[in-house]
Design a protein around this ligand. Structure first.
Ligand code: SF4
Length: 315
């Protein structure tokens, strides 16, 4: 598990929101994802994590920087190469209700990506039934419509749709946030089983750290369009360095009543990405800010083996 499948280099996605104002949803993010690993990505709503996922998969064009997928610049692929990229990289969305066309049968939803292969009707139906069974549904479900399913089942349909074209890399954008807690573990387990069977690579986006620990090999933490820390899942939980990561972790209850962790309550609201603070974007809420923090942008720096952080306290 050493080859980098995805390399994101100084990626930026800015939106022009009028009057010369730029909303810097993703603002200079650099990291890579190895083949077969799961990179968890967390941060509050509005931190840019979904925009980052959508820019990687080319639902948005990039403003600057690049995304290399298996060594090729994804945003410059054309023709056959672009079509192959759109098969190799698939997305699972947060709200299965909204992402499945209510007027289409499950058969047609899952087969959409297959249809360019010109399969016979029988082969198409067989493939969809196989995919339904793979995600824990029954082949009898193929003729039904999305509203006839529970939230967890709809997410399974979304996963089957993504798998139909045999992708290598899946961006899962908050795939369990809209589901009941009792169902979340089932969907995470399904994603893990599929990863083991098919060697999939995942970018797993979630809004809090408790959701990603179990599934992630490494975890990245975003704040206001920037990546602020990234480390192996175990190291990030055991030794968070960035004050924002420390605050996020302090809000997760520890199941052991003998262990006490002091809760760090962040003051103020998340600033607008259209008007980010100078220097370190976290400085207006950081309990450890020093004068340098308002004047200089902290460098994204590797401070330990594969442990990256952007904070003046470690430079
Ligand atoms: Fe806090 Fe300064 Fe580090 Fe930013 S650079 S997280 S403001 S200490």
């Amino acid at each position: 598990m050493s080859e980098a499948m995805v390399e994101v280099k100084n990626l930026k996605k800015h939106f022009d929101i009028g009057n010369g104002v730029l909303l810097k949803a993703v603002d200079g993010v650099t990291f890579s994802i190895k083949r077969g690993e799961t990179l968890g990505l967390v941060g509050e709503s509005g931190c840019g994590k979904s925009t980052l996922g959508r820019t990687i998969i080319r639902l948005y064009e990039n403003t600057d920087g690049e995304v290399l997928f298996k060594g090729k610049n994804a945003h410059q692929l054309k023709g056959r190469d672009a079509a192959q990229f759109h098969r190799d990289v698939q997305m699972i969305f947060q709200d299965p209700q909204a992402s499945l066309n209510p007027r289409m049968t499950v058969m047609d939803i899952i087969a959409e990506g297959l249809d360019i292969h010109g399969l016979s009707k029988g082969a198409r139906a067989d493939r969809v039934k196989e995919l339904l069974e793979l995600v824990g549904l029954s082949k009898a479900h193929a003729s039904r419509f999305p509203h006839e399913f529970s939230g967890g089942q709809r997410q399974r349909i979304g996963i089957a749709r993504a798998l139909a074209v045999e992708p290598e890399f899946i961006i899962a954008d908050e795939p369990i946030s809209a589901l009941d807690v009792s169902i979340q573990a089932q969907v995470v387990n399904l994603l893990e089983d599929l990863q083991q069977d098919r060697g999939l690579t995942y970018l797993f986006i979630a809004h809090d750290l408790s959701m990603v620990k179990h599934i992630s090999t490494r975890i990245g933490v975003m704040y206001l369009g920037k990546m602020v820390e990234m480390a192996s899942s175990n190291e990030l939980y055991a030794e968070p360095l960035h004050p924002y990561t420390q605050a996020l972790l302090s809000s997760i209850p520890i199941p052991d009543p003998t262990v006490k962790r002091e809760r760090i309550i962040l003051q103020g609201d998340l600033p607008s990405p259209a008007n980010a603070p100078s220097g370190c974007v976290f400085r207006t809420r950081c309990p450890k800010a020093i004068p340098q923090c308002s004047a200089e942008v902290p460098e994204w720096k590797e401070v330990g083996s594969n442990h990256w952080v952007a904070c003046h306290l470690y430079q």
